[in-house]
Design a protein around this ligand. Structure first.
Ligand SMILES: Cc1cc2nc3c(=O)[nH]c(=O)nc-3n(C[C@H](O)[C@H](O)[C@H](O)COP(=O)(O)OP(=O)(O)OC[C@H]3O[C@@H](n4cnc5c(N)ncnc54)[C@H](O)[C@@H]3O)c2cc1C
Length: 468
């Protein structure tokens, strides 16, 4: 059996793992990254963030050409969908990103070990893949094995009729009807793609609201806007079974609190009730690594597991399951191992939903502040009063800034509207520097921009917005 020794080995090449490997190599460690899939980049680049955004961008263009360009005085002929062309765009985007990681590995002299890693001891891994099995020994091992779609009892995923997001990214035809189980961001984004392309989409959500975890006002507003676009919602409803046949899927749905079940038919069912840490086949017990109560790798604030030399990051550990959170943890853990200090403020990890309009948030929601008994002030500004949004015909939504009632320190920001995911960045930086709402309000913002809505919301905290 081939044997190799490294300073630093990362298991998994998602945004957590590949960023960690690059940072470790930059810091001078002899580094390898083990990946079981044929391409680098993990969930995010292969079947997550990147392909979903490629399809969201493409379907938005289709819908724009079909329904919205006329309002700008642009006449287009018959607009028709070329689904294989759209999928080819997505595949090309994925390939350029995954190839990009392979290039970065070469540039940073990181060995890409192809195969599935399993612990055979605290600092030893066996890797099985296409070639001869290998034994890898390393002083530092970082587990970055990511996550998988959470299953639901009574629903057997076949990735054809009953799909996870992975299957929903490569449907061969536009379904007439689609039921999305779960009103979180993945369900809404993938539901949006297929609705724009012509599917009749119904979202079934167990809770009495969509986007749990986001500010209540944003989530209500999102539901209203998506309903206007034609998406249907059945809240406080649970799916107790879904059975696929050649013709479609038969679902049993019932009130979440109990009650009479009814039958619903759909061509395609997308199961998107969340994701869970993936550690299958890793044999962590052979290294003695402990899991937490939810099956995630248990770590301390410095990403160290209970076994010296073994660390874990990203979706495999606690915290928001987001690519940028995984990336930041990847850099930080490499720096910590190199003797530097690193820290991540989880309150300032932004969250974005890439539907139209987008929704974005950072910091505390109003519900959280109420629950914590924090006195706060609200500044809110609608995009209907923003000149640039009017010019773009994109006036749905608002910016809401929450600031401490006494100190004026910004505690949270919630945006629904055009480019919300980009607009939130300014507030994340402001909050990183402990800004007050007045700091944002007194910062000069270019005109005419959507960013002016952020400034106006900040002005609104003291009741002095100008344009409303
Ligand atoms: C449809 C969808 C859309 C998403 N959109 C967004 C978004 O817009 N923004 C955002 O921030 N997040 C998004 N996410 C979430 C994001 O993809 C994850 O948070 C991110 O990929 C987590 O990174 P990671 O490095 O922890 O793990 P992953 O990206 O899951 O990578 C883990 C890697 O480890 C490998 N691996 C696992 N076990 C082994 C083993 N034993 N040996 C070798 N290799 C192994 C896997 O093959 C995989 O490549 C989305 C997810 C999905 C599914």
């Amino acid at each position: 059996m081939a044997e190799s020794t490294y300073d630093f080995v990362v298991i998994g090449s998602g945004p957590g793992g590949y960023v960690c490997a690059i940072r470790a190599a930059q810091l001078g460690f002899k580094t390898a990254c083990i990946e079981k899939d044929p391409t680098l980049g993990g969930t995010c680049l292969n079947v997550g963030c990147i392909p979903s955004k490629a399809l969201l961008a493409a379907s938005e263009k289709y819908e724009e050409a079909k329904d919205h360009l006329g309002a700008f005085g642009v006449k287009v002929g018959d607009v028709s969908l070329d689904l294989p062309g759209m999928m080819a765009h997505k595949d090309k985007v994925v390939k350029s990103n995954t190839d990009g990681v392979a290039y970065l590995f070469k540039k940073n002299k990181i060995d890409w070990i192809r195969g599935k890693a399993a612990f055979s001891g605290p600092n030893t891994l066996s890797v099985t893949g296409e070639g001869e099995p290998q034994t890898i020994t390393a002083k530092t091992i970082v587990i970055a094995t990511g996550s998988e779609s959470t299953p639901l009892p009574g629903i057997a995923v076949d990735e054809k009729r009953i799909v996870t997001s992975t299957g929903a990214l490569k449907l061969g035809a536009v379904p007439k009807t689609m039921v999305v189980i779960g009103g979180g961001y993945i369900g809404l984004e993938m539901g949006t793609v297929w609705q724009r392309l012509g599917a009749d989409v119904t979202v079934v959500e167990f809770l009495d609201r969509i986007l749990p975890g986001m500010d209540g006002e944003v989530s209500k507003s999102m539901q209203r806007i998506l309903q206007k676009q034609g998406m249907k919602f059945r809240l406080a409803t649970k799916v107790s079974s879904a059975v696929a046949s050649d013709k479609g899927v038969t679902l049993k749905v019932e009130p979440a609190k109990g009650g009479e079940a009814e039958t619903v038919e759909a061509d395609i069912v997308l199961l998107s009730v969340g994701r869970r840490a993936f550690t299958t086949g890793l044999d962590i017990e052979k290294a003695g690594v402990k899991l937490d109560e939810r099956g995630r790798i248990a770590t301390d604030a410095h990403f160290a597991t209970n076994v010296p030399g073994i660390y874990a990051i990203g979706d495999a550990i606690a915290g928001p399951m987001l690519a940028h959170k995984a990336e930041d943890e990847g850099s930080i853990v490499a720096e910590i191992v190199a003797g530097q200090s690193g820290h991540i403020d989880y309150n300032l990890v932004p969250g974005v939903v890439y539907t139209w309009p987008e929704a974005a948030q950072v910091g505390k929601t109003e519900e959280q502040l109420k629950q914590e008994g924090v006195a706060y002030k609200v500044g809110k500004f609608p995009f209907t009063a923003n000149g640039r949004a009017r010019a773009m015909n994109m006036t749905d939504g608002f910016v809401k800034i929450l600031a401490d009632a006494k100190s004026d320190k910004v505690l949270g920001c919630h945006i629904i509207g055009p480019e919300a995911g980009t607009l939130i960045a300014e507030v994340v930086i402001a909050m990183e520097f402990g800004a007050s709402s007045e700091d944002i309000a007194r910062t000069c913002h270019a005109h005419p921009t959507l960013e002016e809505a952020v400034k106006e919301a900040a002005l609104g905290v003291e009741g002095r917005s100008i344009h409303i």
